[in-house]
Structures are given as structure tokens and as C-alpha cells.
Unconditional design. Structure first.
Length: 505
């Protein structure tokens, strides 16, 4: 097996044999993570009914995975640079499959939150390793752009496969089955990956600094937790204290990286305007979109009364648009400019989210489908090109750390988006006027309202459901408006920060 530790000085090295087969293994890892992220939203109403979490616990179930993965991505990306990206990918995939079983058989909200957190630890090993291996397998810039497009398209396809497969499983089995679909994907990934993936690492890695790992984890979790608590419950001194401790930990992490001879994360990467602009665009994009992604499945099922499988199919246009855009994004960025493609994509997503401020309980599917298609196309163009910019901006030896920064922006944006936009939806929802005798649990979540309605007289139950659904839709429309403002801001920032940035030819 040819090692990618060798200099890429020959045509044979540039056109590595078996590179496309190796890519097929890498995209399985992406599929694993994408499917897991999407099936959770589809299963949320069933988890809510079975485990009876509070509204706050339901948000934790949704975002604790992102909290943990955001805190560990840089550390795991750097660890892969040191011990081998293939090794950490295969170990992480095995752990991801095993912990999926714990998610499937969780019996309490607390156990579910713990299982999601552990899944975040395993998931943190996967995404940086896949992108870093692409950087080391594909040396030709045009081939690398296509490989990244396929990588991104697979992630988008996973967002379609997840709801459809999950919807089928939810209609025939219990909600835990949606997590067990990870197992066959993981098995194929590990068995085929052992034989086809090349090993690559930094030949002069330096030590893996545990103090930096702890500072990164504590800093990310502390800051995001404080934002989440402020968004959910307003200002409080404990949340402020946790946020300040998190900020202090991140400050300590940055200072330590600047003084170490071989840091976990080379902070000089951020001196590149293209690198910083791409990372910022990813963070703001996911932040603005995540509220829609997290609550759309609940809207389709609990408001419009669609079956899980039908709800999964309804979300398909977003994935189709993202796949199509991802496959041609590199070519478009070379023909036009990087900033035109990225900013245009983000503006399209922002306008589509703005259209959802007019959302109603009875909004027809042609409108929803068109909005989802535009969101998918815009996000596909943006994410594919920013990933290419980030990978092209760094030496191969630092590919893992750079990929981890990209994925950290993605996961941090998802965590903040679910926390802030999700809290907007929840805050508007909780204030809905309810008939006398309505249980308090009905105000915690829309799933709780549906459950409470079963024990009420028919007229009272209908009044409760009408009011609860309307409040949920009002909250979702408001969150979509905030998301639209974030996306349009991201488009403007990308236009200025990506000025003059070009992909390799």
C-alpha cells in the first residue's frame, strides 16, 4: 500500500491508484454521521411521547451531540494527524456503531442525553479524518474539488436517506430502530476501509497536549451552554459564570497554542483571510439553518399530520438540490469566483428562509418543496466551495487540524442554532392560550400537547391542539426570519472576506 507520507513528486503519486475506491469508504463515514443527525429530528415526537422529556431536556437531546463534538473536533483532528487518520477513523466508526445501540435502548431522558454526548465523542473522530484523508489522497486540485463535492453530496444524500429510512422504520418498529441503521454502515466502512484506505499522518507531529484538549473541551461547552441557557431562560448569574469560565478556557487554549512549538491547532491559519472567511461563512450558515432543520420534521408530522415516511419524503428536495449543487460547485467557482458562488448560495438560502416567515398550518407542499430545494442548492454550493478553500489553504500535514476547524464551525453553528432558534420556537410556543384543565406538560412541547389531548374531552382537546399548533407555527416563522437575517449577513461577510480567493487549477 502506497503511503501518503511520501512526497507527491510524481504523476503516479498525484494520480494515486485506488483513490476513488478509498473515497467511497470515506463517504460512508459521512453518510453515517448525516443519517444519524437527520433521523433524530424525525424520531423526536416518538422520543418525546415515550421518554416524556421536559422542553429543556428535549433541546439537550437535540444539541448535546453538537456541543460535545464541537468541543472535541480540534483535539481529535490533531490526534489523527499524530497517530494516523485511517486509524482514528476506523476506531471512531467502531465506537460510533457501538454507542448507537445505547441510544436505541435509552430508557430515560437523562440516559438519552448521555448517549448522545458519548456519540459526539465518537463522531468527533470521523469528519476531520475523512476530509484530511481526501486532502492527502487527491493531490490534483480539480480532482480534489470533485472529491470534496462527492463528499458533500453524500452528506446531503444522507439527509435524504435518513428521514426516508427513518420514516419507514418508525412506521414499522419502535423509535430506537432509527439508531440501529448505523450498524450495517459502520460494519461495511470498517471492513472495507481496513483494506482500501491509505494511512497518513504528520511526519513531525509533536506531543498531543492533554491540557490543550481539556481547555478546548471546557471552553466550547462552557460558552455554548451559557448561550443556550440565556436563550432558553434569560439572563442568570450561574449561566454567566459558566460562560465566563468557558471564555477563559478558550483564551487559555489560544495562548497555549501560540507558545507551543507544535500546537494542536496552528493559530496562524487564521491569518489567511480566505481560511477565516470560509470558516465564518460555515458557522453562520449552519446557525441560521439549524432551527429549520430541527423543527421541520415536527411541523410536517405534528402540525400537518403527515406520517413519518411521508415526512421523510417531503424533505427530499433539500437533499436533491444540495447533491446537484455540490457536484458542480468546484467548476462553478473556477468559472466565476469563489466569493460569487459562496455569497450567492448563502443569499439564496437566506431568501428561502425569509419566505418561511409566511408559514401557516395549511401551507401547501409546493411552497415548502420549492423552499427546501432552494435551501439545498444554496447550501450545496456554499459548503462545498468553503470546504475546498479551507483544505487548499493549509499544508497536507495540517489537514486534520484544518478539517477539524471547518467541522467545529459546522457543529458549533448547529449547537448555537438549535439553542437560540430552538429557544425562540419554544419560547413562543409555551405562551399559547390553553383551555382550562390543560396539563402543564402540554406547554413543554407540541408532542406533549398531543399526548395531553388524549385525556381531554373532544371539544377541549381540539381547542388545545389548534392553539398549540398555531403557536408552534408562529414560533417557527419567527425563527425562520431570524435565520434569514443571519444568512444574509453571512452572504455579505463572505463577499468581502473571500475577495480574490481562488481554487487551484
Amino acid at each position: 500500500m502506497t503511503s501518503t507520507l511520501q512526497p507527491a513528486g510524481t504523476t503516479e503519486a498525484v494520480k494515486r491508484p485506488g483513490r476513488w475506491l478509498a473515497l467511497s469508504v470515506l463517504v460512508l463515514a459521512v453518510l453515517l454521521v448525516a443519517v444519524d443527525a437527520t433521523v433524530l429530528g424525525l424520531a423526536t415526537p416518538y422520543i418525546s411521547e415515550d421518554l416524556e422529556p421536559s422542553g429543556t431536556q428535549l433541546l439537550w437531546i437535540g444539541d448535546v451531540y453538537s456541543f460535545v463534538i464541537a468541543g472535541l473536533l480540534v483535539s481529535m483532528g490533531s490526534l489523527g494527524d499524530r497517530i494516523g487518520r485511517k486509524r482514528i477513523l476506523l476506531v471512531g466508526a467502531t465506537a460510533f456503531g457501538a454507542i448507537s445501540v445505547l441510544n436505541a435502548y435509552a430508557t430515560t431522558p437523562e440516559l438519552m442525553i448521555l448517549a448522545r454526548a458519548l456519540l459526539g465523542v465518537a463522531g468527533a473522530t470521523l469528519m476531520p479524518a475523512t476530509l484530511a484523508l481526501i486532502r492527502n489522497i487527491f493531490h490534483d486540485p480539480r480532482e480534489r474539488s470533485l472529491a470534496i463535492g462527492i463528499w458533500g453530496a453524500t452528506a446531503s444524500a444522507g439527509t435524504a436517506v435518513g428521514p426516508i429510512a427513518g420514516g419507514f422504520l418508525l412506521e414499522h418498529f419502535w423509535w430506537g430502530s432509527v439508531f440501529l441503521i448505523n450498524l450495517p454502515v459502520m460494519a461495511v466502512l470498517v471492513l472495507v476501509g481496513i483494506r482500501t484506505l491509505p494511512e497518513s499522518r504528520n511526519p513531525h507531529p509533536g506531543p498531543w497536549d492533554l491540557r490543550s484538549v481539556v481547555l478546548s473541551l471546557l471552553g466550547m461547552i462552557g460558552v455554548v451552554y451559557a448561550v443556550k441557557e440565556a436563550a432558553s431562560h434569560g439572563f442568570s448569574w450561574p449561566a454567566l459564570a459558566v460562560g465566563l469560565l468557558g471564555a477563559a478556557a478558550l483564551y487559555g487554549f489560544v495562548r497555549r497554542q501560540l507558545t507551543m512549538p507544535t500546537p494542536l491547532l496552528d493559530m496562524r491559519l487564521f491569518r489567511s483571510r480566505g481560511f477565516s472567511g470560509a470558516v465564518l461563512a460555515d458557522l453562520l450558515t449552519v446557525l441560521g439553518m439549524s432551527g429549520l432543520v430541527f423543527f421541520l420534521s415536527q411541523y410536517l408530522q405534528l402540525v400537518q399530520g403527515r406520517r413519518p415516511f411521508e415526512a421523510g419524503l417531503a424533505e427530499l428536495p433539500a437533499a436533491v438540490g444540495a447533491v446537484a449543487a455540490g457536484l458542480v460547485a468546484g467548476r462553478a467557482a473556477r468559472r466565476f469566483t469563489v466569493r460569487t458562488v459562496v455569497s450567492g448560495g448563502l443569499a439564496a438560502v437566506g431568501l428561502a428562509l425569509g419566505a418561511l416567515t409566511l408559514l401557516r398550518q395549511s401551507t401547501g407542499y409546493p411552497v415548502l418543496g420549492a423552499v427546501l430545494l432552494v435551501v439545498g442548492v444554496g447550501a450545496g454550493f456554499s459548503f462545498t466551495v468553503t470546504a475546498d478553500v479551507i483544505l487548499s489553504s493549509v499544508p497536507k500535514d495540517q489537514a486534520g487540524a484544518a478539517s477539524a476547524v471547518s467541522e467545529t464551525a459546522y457543529e458549533l453553528g448547529a449547537a448555537l442554532g438549535i439553542a437560540v432558534l430552538g429557544s425562540i420556537v419554544t419560547g413562543v410556543y409555551r405562551g399559547f392560550p390553553s383551555p382550562a384543565g390543560t396539563p402543564a406538560a402540554a406547554h413543554e412541547s407540541l408532542g406533549g400537547a398531543l399526548e395531553a389531548a388524549h385525556g381531554l374531552p373532544a371539544d377541549t382537546a381540539q381547542a388545545l391542539l389548534d392553539s398549540a399548533r398555531q403557536s408552534f407555527v408562529d414560533g417557527l416563522a419567527l425563527a425562520s426570519g431570524v435565520g434569514a437575517a443571519v444568512l444574509l449577513t453571512a452572504a455579505a461577510a463572505a463577499w468581502f472576506m473571500l475577495r480574490g480567493q481562488r481554487l487551484g487549477s
